[in-house]
Design a protein around this ligand. Structure first.
Ligand SMILES: Cc1ncc(COP(=O)(O)O)c(C=O)c1O
Length: 476
């Protein structure tokens, strides 16, 4: 643990024990420096961390105050090693603070989770939406209730046929984006207190869902090149009462790793042996650089245990919020949960996307999109090689639009994120991708935006910041 983290944890303990009451003023920086014998930068960073955890709030020219209703996070644990402990999750404050900081217009969005909207056929899609909206029957409010618009589910089912899979439209439930599909699937197979296996590093929304539903997470390591560690998963299944897994098998977020066909088969077999459902998040599957869609784990499922979730958010229409779950033997439950939570996905948006899929040239658009992403990856890789110091390890994904960087061990990715934001660049720091806030020297970068001087300059800025004393841990 770094010095400033230890200091932050010590102060967090005092807040938790009530020694410093909610609303009261925290010791000044000068007092902290004198009491703990730390540098100014360590004291600052400890306060930044407490702020990120939602424990203190800064008041201009007055110092730090204990936040009212402060939620105290668990102390930082070392990175998970199998068989990992299962534990409750407290990630949201950290994630929200990072996402909020990156929202300002004008920021170069290397930390974004979306590709550039310039890569989407929005005018053509708008025509489909307009046409479909004109034709929407007043009765469709009822007819398109879950499982959802029939024409859309037929088109989605046809895309599975294109992959060589038979996925009956009766088992497809349309949702508000993939995130809702994933959440509904998780709710369908767990109850509060249950243990869920997630990837580490993994998509922070999985951790947030676990936090919200009062579940417990067991983190399974992901190798940046070969993906999920199946031996670690097997060990975790032996030692924990795992009720569900939430994994990405294609172009994993954040590493970009894809499981080989052999690993996907082995994963499905392993889970079948333990009768554990797999919630498969495949939102980036269509963004493959090889000619074929890399088959999802769903393709090898013989027991209806795989719930395959995806959406059009990353490939066509982020704002339309249309996704789906192929929920196998849990379809009815997912459908009911959909009705009980948000009732239905937007009727015009469902109809608009169905129209586009049928008449808009989706495959042609996807071919263009994949080619653009692949070209942007080449630019990103070249810029990283040119502008970042040697010793930075970067993944080489076969699809999607994320690369994962492992920076020298002493680098503090959270501090890099803070300084980069000040210089107009966002990135996704490693700690938001694990319940234990590990991966402190890693970052995820987005190459989903057309290459430009601005993006190139942003990479150069990161290179310069890696040399900043507070980023390279010079005062530790
Ligand atoms: C891995 C992953 N899964 C799911 C989602 C959510 O997808 P949607 O926007 O369709 O809800 C995202 C969005 O960032 C994501 O990165």
């Amino acid at each position: 643990m770094n010095r400033y983290e230890a200091l932050a944890n010590a102060m967090a303990r005092e807040i938790r024990s009530g020694s410093i009451a909610a609303g009261s003023r925290m010791p000044s920086l000068r007092q902290i420096i004198a009491q703990h014998g730390v540098s100014q930068s360590t004291a600052f960073r400890a306060y930044y961390l407490l702020e990120e955890w939602g424990l203190v709030r800064a008041r201009e020219r007055s110092g730090y105050y204990v936040a009212r209703g402060a939620k105290v996070p668990a102390e930082k644990a070392p990175p998970a090693t199998p068989p990992a402990q299962s534990g409750s999750v407290d990630i949201s404050d950290l994630v929200f603070s990072v996402l909020d900081a990156a929202k300002h217009p004008g920021i170069v969005p290397l930390g974004s989770a979306f590709p550039s909207p310039q890569l989407f056929p929005l005018p053509r899609l708008a025509r489909s939406l307009a046409r479909a909206s004109r034709l929407v029957s007043p009765w469709s409010t009822v007819a398109d209730l879950p499982p959802g618009n029939e024409q859309l589910r037929r088109q989605i089912s046809l895309r599975y046929v294109g992959m060589g899979l038979s996925q009956p439209m009766e088992e497809i439930v349309v949702t508000n984006g993939a995130l809702e599909a994933l959440n509904l699937c998780l709710m369908a197979v767990t109850r509060p207190g249950d243990v869920v296996a997630v990837e580490s590093p993994g998509f922070y929304a999985a951790l947030q869902a676990i936090e919200r539903l009062d579940l417990r997470a067991v983190e399974i390591p992901v190798d940046p090149a070969s993906g999920l560690d199946l031996d670690a998963l097997a060990a975790a299944l032996q030692t924990h009462p795992v009720r569900a897994c939430w994994f990405m098998t294609n172009f994993q977020n954040p590493t970009g790793a894809t499981l080989s066909i052999e690993k996907k088969k082995a994963l499905v077999e392993l889970l079948a042996k333990h009768d554990v459902p797999l919630i498969e998040d495949d939102v980036y599957g269509e963004l493959h650089f090889q000619p074929e869609y890399p088959l999802p784990a769903l393709a090898f499922d013989k027991h209806g245990l795989v719930m395959h979730c995806s959406s059009f958010s990353k490939t066509l229409a982020p704002g339309y919020r249309i996704g789906w779950a192929c929920a196998g033997r849990f379809t009815d439950k997912v459908q009911r949960l959909k009705l009980m939570t948000t009732l239905s996905a937007s009727i015009p948006a469902q109809a608009g996307i169905a129209d586009y899929l049928q008449y808009g040239g989706y495959d042609k658009h996807l071919r263009k999109l994949r080619a653009s992403l692949q070209a942007q990856l080449r630019e990103m890789e070249a810029a990283i090689a040119r502008l970042l110091p040697r010793g930075v390890r970067v993944t080489h994904p076969a699809g999607g639009y994320f690369v994962w960087l492992e920076l020298p061990e002493a680098i503090d990715a959270m501090q890099l994120h803070r300084l980069a934001i000040e210089r107009g660049v966002s990135l996704a720091p490693g700690p938001i991708f694990s319940a234990s806030h590990a991966f402190t020297n890693c970052v995820r970068l987005n190459f989903g935006h057309p290459w430009s001087q601005k993006v190139e300059h942003a990479i150069r800025t990161l290179g310069e910041l890696l040399d900043h004393p507070s980023v390279r841990g010079a005062d530790r």
